[in-house]
Write a protein that binds this ligand. Structure first.
Ligand SMILES: Cc1cc2nc3c(=O)[nH]c(=O)nc-3n(C[C@H](O)[C@H](O)[C@H](O)COP(=O)(O)O)c2cc1C
Length: 350
């Protein structure tokens, strides 16, 4: 049996295999942030497709931290019933689900229907942007040195741990490189943060790269959907944007398992804490090699499972040895356009 189909224990969660659906915004919630039938259907389909662990779309922990009108929320008591139904929709098919908590912090909220950001930069315990020296210029106890820059994430993690039932795993998604022009997170700084996360005993670490604000095409390497982006701008602005995007395209070319090198660098400081490499897993043989060689414990995928929610089952049944995702990134654009998530490789609606 392939190592990819061996069970894995994550905290007290028994996962049936090594495949993870990496967090994915979906624009499927109602305007007030509630889980809908579409949310349940999407996640049940993934669980029926035998994904071992599903990480939800990033859920707003407060109305001020919403990124989009149809983003799922996790900040009001009347949301609990829907969130429970979401967990059940996955458990019914022997899957497991973890909710990704998010606060969008400072970015523009004009497309969200959300409130203005608060003055303080309260941020996602599962997101990395607040850690970066590029974004964090504070000189008080929340900035100025790595220990201080790490403090907000640490405080959030400790507070969440405090209310989590024993054995319920707390994961962090860590940016290993934010590709900013002046210094931000670099792979060696990511190793430093990973060590700090290991010291406070998180239960798993997912290694990513890029930031949605400044380097989104590093998060999702592949084709930049230039024409779709240009269509969002007034014609006079387009030539300059087109030149910039074409220049950027070279830097974000797709590569198989493109965060594995950073994951390897981080591995030695993590001890027994499970690692999830995300980004660019398309061929079963490279996934197997990565797990077999001990660089990562779990294989996180996003775009391939948007395209083929039953991909894991098809791999197990020997029906395929690779994802058919072409990294066109139109799914990523669909999220930005505020329309329901699916594979739009044949074209986005105008
Ligand atoms: C449509 C879409 C939505 C995403 N939403 C999130 C999100 O809510 N939270 C997050 O941490 N990452 C998000 N990501 C990034 C993915 O989790 C993943 O890190 C990235 O797509 C690279 O993996 P892949 O090559 O398997 O797609 C999103 C990616 C896509 C394509």
């Amino acid at each position: 049996m392939s190592i990819l189909f061996t069970p894995f224990k994550l905290g007290n969660l028994q996962l049936r295999n090594r495949f993870v659906f990496s967090a994915c915004e979906d624009n499927l919630a109602s305007e007030d942030g509630a889980v809908t039938e579409s949310t349940l259907k999407k996640n049940a389909t993934l669980a029926r497709g035998e994904v071992g662990l599903i990480i939800s779309s990033h859920m707003a922990v407060h109305p001020s931290g919403r990124t989009r009108i149809h983003q799922t929320g996790i900040y009001a008591d009347n949301m609990i019933a829907g969130l429970k139904a979401l967990a059940r929709s996955v458990h019914e098919h022997e899957g497991k689900i973890i909710f990704q908590l998010g606060h969008s912090g400072a970015p523009d909220k004009s497309n969200t229907g959300g409130q203005k950001p608060a003055d303080s930069y309260a941020v996602n315990s599962m997101n990395e942007d607040n850690l970066s020296p590029y974004f964090n210029h504070r000189e008080d106890s929340w900035g100025g040195c790595e220990e201080n820059r790490f403090r907000l994430l640490k405080e959030i993690i400790l507070a969440v741990k405090n209310v989590l039932p024993a054995g319920m795993p707390l994961l962090v998604k860590l940016n290993s490189n934010d590709y900013t022009r002046t210094q931000g997170i670099t792979p060696s700084l990511a190793v430093d943060y990973a060590k700090r996360l290991a010291d406070i005993k998180i239960d798993g670490l997912e290694i990513s790269c890029g930031t949605t604000a400044l380097s989104p095409w590093h998060v999702c390497r592949g084709d930049i959907p230039i024409q779709e982006i240009l269509a969002m701008y007034d014609p006079p602005a387009r030539p300059q944007i087109e030149t910039a995007l074409k220049k950027m395209q070279e830097a974000v070319r797709f590569a198989e398992g493109y965060n594995l090198e950073a994951t390897q660098m981080i591995r030695p400081v993590m001890g027994e804490i499970p690692l999830f490499a995300v980004g660019g897993w398309r061929n079963v043989s490279s996934m197997e090699n990565a797990v077999q060689s001990g660089y990562t414990d779990l294989i996180s995928m996003c775009r391939p499972l948007i395209r083929e929610p039953r991909l894991v089952r098809r791999i197990r049944e020997g029906k395929t040895s690779a994802s058919s995702c072409t990294n066109c990134n139109k799914c990523y654009m669909s999220v930005r356009k505020g329309i329901p998530l699916r594979c739009y490789s044949k074209g986005l609606p105008q």
